[in-house]
Design a binder for this molecule. Structure first.
Ligand SMILES: Cc1cc2nc3c(=O)[nH]c(=O)nc-3n(C[C@H](O)[C@H](O)[C@H](O)COP(=O)(O)O)c2cc1C
Length: 380
C-alpha cells in the first residue's frame, strides 16, 4: 500500500484549535463521530488493554449544563483576558478572543466528545493506564480534520470534575481527559503554527547537545555540535533583557569567561567586543566577538574570532509568550578555527572524545550562567 505522506503531513501540520470557524449550523452525523472513535482506538494502549470509554453529548440540555461549567471555570478569566489584550498585538490576543468566543458558544456545537479512561490519575494505577488516552484523543482530532471537521482541546471545563461527573453520570473510578467540541469547519484551509525548528529543540545522545548537521554515529566537528541551556524566569522580560545585553554578566557565573569590553561606541549588529577567557589547560586569552544578532528584548548573538568563519556562535534568546520569561542560551562550535578545532586537529583519532569533553565544559558554564541570570532577575 502506498501512503501519500504529503496528505498525512497536511493533517498533522494543520490540525489547529478551531473555535470561531466551527460551523454551529451544520449537523454532524453520529456515524462520522463513531468512525473517528474507531480510528482513535487504534492508538497504543498500555498492556494492550482497551480501557478508553467515549462520551458523545448530543442533547442540547446536557450541552447547556457543560457550557455552564465551562463559563464558571474559565469564562470570566477568558473574557477579561480577551478584553485586556484586545488591540495590544500580544501573542495571546487572538487565542484569548477565540477561547472566549468558544465559552459563549459551547452549547451550540453539534457534538461534544469526552474521552475518558477507566482508572484514576493518582499514580497508583496500573502503569501506563492514564497515558493510554491522550494519544487516542489526538488521533480522534486528526481523524476529524481529515474529514473536514474540527475541534479544540479544552481542559479548563474539566477542572470542576465533580460537576462534569454529575452531569454525565461518570463514575468516580473514571478520569475525563479532555472536552472536544466537534463541528464541521468553515473552510478547510488552516495554517501551520509557529514552532521552533526541530534542530533547535532536538538533542542528540545527551540532553542539551544539538547538531547543525547529521550527526553520524559519533560527534564530529564538521556537524557543528552545540549546546542549549534554558531556564524559565519569574521576572519581566525587560529585567532579563537588561542582564542578557550586559556582556559582563556571564563573567559572574562562568569559570571560563572572565569579562568583556566593547571595542567602540557602536552597539547592535556589527558591533565588536573583546571577551577575556581562562582555561586550566590553555591559560588566558582574548577573543574578538562580532555581534550578529541584536533584536531588542528578544535576541542577542555574536560570533567569535572571524565573522565569516566563526570559531563559535553564541546567542541569548528571550520569549515572554510562555507566561514567564524563557531564556535560551545557545552555542554552536565552528565552522572556523578555535581552541576546540585545534584540539581536534591535534587528536584526530579522539575527535568525539575531545568534543564531548569540550561540550561538557561549555554546558556546565552555560547552565551556571542561565541559572545565575535567573537568580539575579528574580531577586532584583
Ligand atoms: C493541555 C491543553 C489544554 C488546553 N485547554 C484549552 C481550553 O481549556 N480552552 C481552549 O479554548 N483551548 C485550550 N487548549 C487549546 C490551546 O489554547 C491551543 O492549542 C492554542 O490556542 C494554540 O492553537 P493551535 O493548537 O491551533 O496551535 C488547550 C491545549 C492544550 C494542549
Amino acid at each position: 500500500m502506498n501512503i501519500d505522506p504529503a496528505q498525512v503531513d497536511v493533517v498533522l501540520a494543520t490540525t489547529r484549535a478551531v473555535r470561531k470557524r466551527l460551523d454551529l449550523d451544520r449537523p454532524v452525523d453520529n456515524q462520522l463521530l463513531l468512525d473517528c472513535i474507531d480510528l482513535a482506538e487504534q492508538a497504543p494502549t498500555g498492556g494492550n488493554l482497551g480501557s478508553r470509554r467515549w462520551i458523545v453529548v448530543r442533547d442540547r440540555a446536557v450541552k447547556e449544563r457543560l457550557a455552564e461549567v465551562y463559563r464558571d471555570t474559565a469564562g470570566s478569566f477568558m473574557a477579561s483576558t480577551a478584553a485586556r489584550l484586545r488591540g495590544t498585538g500580544h501573542p495571546q490576543e487572538k487565542v484569548m478572543a477565540s477561547a472566549s468566543y468558544l465559552v459563549d458558544h459551547l452549547a451550540e456545537v453539534p457534538a461534544i466528545v469526552i474521552p475518558t479512561i477507566i482508572g484514576r490519575h493518582d499514580g497508583g494505577s496500573r502503569p501506563g493506564l492514564f497515558d493510554s488516552v491522550v494519544q487516542a484523543a489526538w488521533s480522534f482530532c486528526l481523524a476529524l480534520r481529515a474529514r473536514g471537521l474540527g475541534s479544540t482541546w479544552v481542559t479548563a471545563a474539566l477542572q470542576d470534575e465533580a460537576r462534569v461527573k454529575e452531569i454525565l453520570g461518570i463514575p468516580a473510578h473514571m478520569t475525563e481527559i479532555v472536552l472536544l467540541p466537534v463541528a464541521w469547519t468553515k473552510g478547510t484551509e488552516f495554517k501551520r503554527a509557529p514552532r521552533l525548528p526541530a534542530r533547535e529543540i532536538t538533542y542528540f545522545d545527551r540532553f542539551g547537545v544539538t547538531s547543525q548537521e547529521g550527526p553520524g554515529e559519533s560527534l564530529s566537528f564538521a556537524d557543528g555540535p552545540g549546546i542549549i541551556a534554558e531556564v524559565d524566569i519569574d521576572a519581566p522580560l525587560a529585567s532579563v533583557w537588561a542582564l542578557v545585553a550586559d556582556i559582563n554578566v556571564p563573567g559572574r557565573f562562568s569559570s571560563e569567561f572572565l569579562g568583556a569590553e566593547w571595542a567602540g561606541d557602536e552597539r547592535g549588529v556589527g558591533a565588536v567586543f573583546h571577551g577575556r577567557n581562562q582555561h586550566s589547560a590553555i591559560g588566558e586569552w582574548t577573543v574578538p566577538c562580532f555581534v550578529d544578532t541584536f533584536d531588542e528584548g528578544r535576541a542577542f548573538g555574536w560570533r567569535t574570532s572571524d565573522p565569516e568563519r566563526p570559531g563559535a556562535r553564541w546567542k541569548f534568546e528571550l520569549d515572554a509568550s510562555v507566561g514567564r520569561t524563557r531564556l535560551r542560551f545557545s552555542y554552536v562550535i565552528g565552522p572556523g578555527r578555535s581552541g576546540t578545532s585545534r584540539a581536534v586537529e591535534m587528536n584526530p583519532d579522539k575527535e568525539a572524545r575531545v568534543l564531548r569533553r569540550r561540550l561538557g565544559e561549555v554546558q556546565a558554564n552555560m547552565e551556571r550562567t542561565v541559572q545565575g541570570i535567573k537568580s539575579l532577575a528574580e531577586t532584583t
